[in-house]
Design a protein around this ligand. Structure first.
Ligand SMILES: [Zn+2]
Ligand SMILES: [Zn+2]
Length: 391
């Protein structure tokens, strides 16, 4: 076993490296090309001087409606044409200020640029948001009365909008911003972003986005504050501990994900534990922290979406398995001697690794099995060796 696995691990690492490289080669050129303005777009943008407003498009005009229904593309920042376009958009926005937002498609350019009045900031400044992306949103929504520049006579209309959104966007200098935006301003952003999607419907729901309930329990304290460890002795906690967890989207810019990870680590730090899984702090997501007893310095490391993809044929009886969520009980559990795992890291990279170690000084393989079990609603007490249970 000790001879076979290092070779296998090496092959797996090599394979995943080759795989990643191939994907990058395929994707990159396409993204870069679409960032540049077409000749047609430039003709429209530079048709007047930068202090001249555009004439807004109308959804009642069948030719202009085609443009309004198109999906917009990202732009490059900083970029002279983008700056020129935004100057003209700001002039247009100022002429129709009652709408409090303007999206580039509304003036005939299918690019991801919006202007929004920041009702949530002092002095309600007008802000330009380039390539905006809603990374998370609350579950809770409100019905908002909205007006739209492209349908001046058909509004106000009642539209459902998320009360809270997490928004990532760039400014004209190319600086990235990540913000939580609420209520009226969030509704304005959602309205403007609906234009970027070429539609009039609310944004589509991402199945991996954190739910409103998850966001509430993760963001209710600073990221240094430990989350409460759920216990099998509390009935409502035990229901969460027995639930199947779901994946997360790896993203180190995701404020909610980063806060959850830090607060899990803080919770673990209040104990003598060597690992923790997200369900243990009440969040059914595939995230674990593991103390790498097999690495120099024995660091704590975080893994996203970990899965056991292969197991050794031989098992061991591991003495002294225990759990932060199962107070007062330890036991001898049946564990695989070695496992092959797959996981994602925060930078979005995917990894495959063989983990060994079931001895009293290095039981890393047991820690991974214990923590990944949590993600499937399995507790160590389910693994207590049958022969021991029967005695
Ligand atoms: Zn509109
Ligand atoms: Zn546990």
């Amino acid at each position: 076993m000790r001879v076979v696995y290092p070779i296998l691990a090496l092959l797996l690492v090599l394979f995943s490296f080759l795989n990643c490289k191939k994907q990058n080669d395929l994707i990159e050129p396409k993204v870069v090309d679409s960032l540049f303005y077409t000749t047609q777009e430039k003709a429209w943008i530079y048709a007047a001087d930068s202090s001249t407003a555009f004439t807004p498009f109308s959804a009642l005009d069948s030719q202009q409606l085609i443009v309004l229904k198109k999906t917009s593309k990202n732009v490059k920042v900083p970029n002279d044409t983008t700056t020129y376009l935004v100057r003209r958009m700001l002039k247009t926005y100022a002429q129709y200020a009652t709408y409090q937002n303007l999206a580039a498609p509304e003036i005939g350019i299918n690019r991801n640029i919006i202007i929004v009045k920041r009702l949530d900031k002092n002095g309600t400044p007008t802000e330009v948001m380039i390539n905006p992306v809603i990374t998370q949103h609350s579950n809770s929504t409100s019905i908002v009365q909205e007006i739209c520049l492209t349908l001046p006579n058909n509004y106000p209309a009642s539209v459902e909008r998320y009360n809270l959104i997490f928004l990532e966007y760039y400014d004209l200098e190319g600086i990235k911003h990540s913000e939580m935006i609420e209520n009226q301003t969030a509704a304005l952003v959602q309205h403007a972003m609906t234009h970027l999607g070429g539609g009039v419907l609310p944004v589509t729901i991402d199945p991996l986005a954190f739910t409103g309930q998850e966001i509430d329990s993760i963001m209710n304290q600073a990221d240094s504050v430990p989350m409460r460890i759920f216990l099998t002795t509390i009935y409502t906690d035990s229901l969460i501990l027995r639930k199947q967890s779901i994946d997360v989207r790896p993203d180190s810019n995701d404020v909610v994900l980063m806060t959850l990870i830090k607060r899990m680590r803080a919770a673990l730090a209040t104990t003598t534990g060597v690992g923790i899984a997200a369900p243990q702090v009440g969040i059914n997501r595939n995230i674990i922290w593991v103390k790498r007893l097999d690495k120099p310095g024995k660091p704590f490391e975080v893994y996203l979406n970990p899965k056991i993809v292969m197991t050794s044929s031989n098992t061991v009886l591991f003495n002294g398995d225990g759990c932060l969520s199962v107070p007062g009980i330890t036991g001898r559990t049946l564990r695989w001697a070695a496992i092959g795992i797959e996981y994602d890291l925060l930078d979005g990279t995917h990894h495959t690794e063989v983990v060994q170690g079931t001895s009293s000084t290095n039981f890393t393989a047991v820690i991974f099995q214990h923590e990944i079990d949590h993600l499937n609603g399995i507790l160590f007490i389910d693994r207590i060796a049958k022969s021991i249970q029967n005695k």
